[in-house]
Design a protein around this ligand. Structure first.
Ligand SMILES: NC(=O)CC[C@H](N)C(=O)O
Length: 441
């Protein structure tokens, strides 16, 4: 069977192939001579499925798409306090290479603009690291994310270094304020090396999927980025990743993203997918014109907007079964706050045996479609409670976690509290947790 997502990417590629709007970046000589017609599109799911079309294996320099990962590495190497002390967390509303710092702290506005990324590069590894160690750190993180060894393209590196006046002036300005400590020339050279790493659209999709998965690699399941760090990086990407287009982008596309001046765009939709696009012609913001179009289309066609939310909590109670005085709650999926509320509400119903008015009616035949538990779970819970009235009180409740993938900290605390209170009401509670998901919290 040919996968429908593969076909979708191919048709998306075909529909945009002939568009030739936008301009190549001129200020870096190797970019000015790139083949402008290339178009590569890739999508990776957090569960490790990778699809791609067009020039998906063509290598190009990562440029600013390296910034989220430099930021991730610095946060892991130095901790949040040290990084926040030198790089702020607000959108700049300016172009990526603007010569500006925050008024009082003299910090760059965020890690997605050049000033921020240069300050971040200084933070890599540790205060006394040699320039090469910082470059190696980033190349190895990017390689781990791509799942293959990546390298710096020497020609691009030298070409950009030869024309790096603007970035050097940012470096000198930040050094004069103590934001960076090494020689500005060294930090900027390191930053340019990080920008010159060669990647493909497929690499970017995998890197995005890893961020989207909270830092777990979609192919290996290995933790490559700490969960808190992935969260911070995605947050800053969503507010600042598309520079002065970030607000419009969030409304129209709604996928945290980062673009690079060589034509790469990386998108990362938390919990779902990573997107990688390569097309060298740029729009007025310095982002790939067709790359932006691809993301817009995907967001629309695949409903990938981050603000498009489901009432997920309700799907946690999958089924309820009763045998004599014992009731079994079959739970499933990921139990966060909303899911734990559904479980505790079910426990409360079972504990008192009362028909509670909780958004749906126990009595009528009609059950309004509220998301308190799945349709199956809801009906069965009603039956279990109703049976309680005929067959006598419920003496035991079993929470079956066999199908639960993960429980968040608040999910665990809220469910523990519910169990505790149900026991205080005189009901025995047993927890069936064969995979120990509760212990993993
Ligand atoms: N937006 C970008 O991709 C800019 C990266 C490029 N290396 C620069 O510093 O100018």
């Amino acid at each position: 069977m040919r996968h429908p997502i593969q076909d979708y990417l191919r048709s998306l590629h075909d529909s945009l192939r002939d568009s030739n709007e936008g301009e190549l970046a001129q200020y870096i000589p190797t970019l000015a001579t790139a083949d402008p017609d290339r178009l590569g599109i890739a999508l990776a799911t957090v569960t490790g499925h990778l699809y791609s079309a067009g020039d998906d294996e063509t290598e190009f320099t990562i440029q600013s798409v390296s910034k989220p990962f430099g930021y991730a590495a610095a946060l892991m190497d130095r901790g949040r306090a040290e990084v926040d002390a030198r790089v702020a967390l607000n959108p700049s509303g300016e172009a990526f290479n603007e010569l500006s710092l925050e008024a009082e702290s003299h910090r760059p506005d965020n890690a997605m603009i050049n000033a921020g990324a240069i300050a971040v590069h200084q933070l890599l590894v540790g205060p006394d690291a040699r320039p090469q160690e910082r470059i190696d750190r980033l190349v190895s993180l990017l390689s781990a994310l791509a799942g293959r060894p990546l390298r710096v393209d020497q020609e691009s590196y030298e070409a950009e270094l030869a024309t790096a006046d603007r970035n050097l002036s940012l470096g000198h300005m930040m050094r004069s304020h103590g934001i960076i400590q090494d020689r500005a020339e060294d930090v900027v050279a390191g930053y340019i090396a990080q920008c010159s790493v060669l990647v493909t659209a497929r690499d970017l999709a995998l890197m995005g999927a890893c961020l989207a998965a909270g830092g777990l690699h979609p192919l290996t399941g290995e933790r490559v980025i700490a969960a808190r760090v992935a969260r911070q990086v995605l947050s800053v990407m969503s507010s600042s990743g598309m520079y002065d287009d970030a607000g419009q982008w969030l409304v129209d596309v709604g996928i945290p993203a980062k673009s690079g001046v060589a034509g790469g765009v990386l998108g990362a939709l938390p919990g779902q997918v990573g997107i990688g696009v390569f097309s060298p012609r740029l729009d007025a913001h310095g982002s790939s014109l067709r790359g932006v179009r691809v993301c817009r289309r995907m967001s629309e066609d695949l409903n990938l907007h981050i603000m498009e939310a489901d009432a997920l909590g309700g799907t946690v109670v999958r089924h309820v079964s009763r045998e004599g005085a014992s009731v079994r709650l079959h739970l499933q999926g990921v139990i966060r706050f909303g899911g734990a509320d559904a479980v505790v509400s079910a426990l409360a119903d079972l504990g008192t045996g009362e028909r509670r008015q909780r958004g749906w009616s126990w009595d009528g035949d009609e059950h309004p479609d509220v998301a308190a538990c799945t349709a199956v779970g809801r009906g069965a819970l009603e039956d279990a409670v109703a049976a309680g009235e005929e067959d006598g009180a419920i003496e035991e409740v079993v929470l079956n976690l066999e199908r639960v993938d993960r429980v968040t900290e608040v999910g665990r605390r809220l469910m523990a509290e519910g169990v505790h209170r149900l026991e205080a009401d005189g009901v025995r509670v047993r927890i069936d947790d064969p995979d120990g998901v509760l212990a993993e919290v």
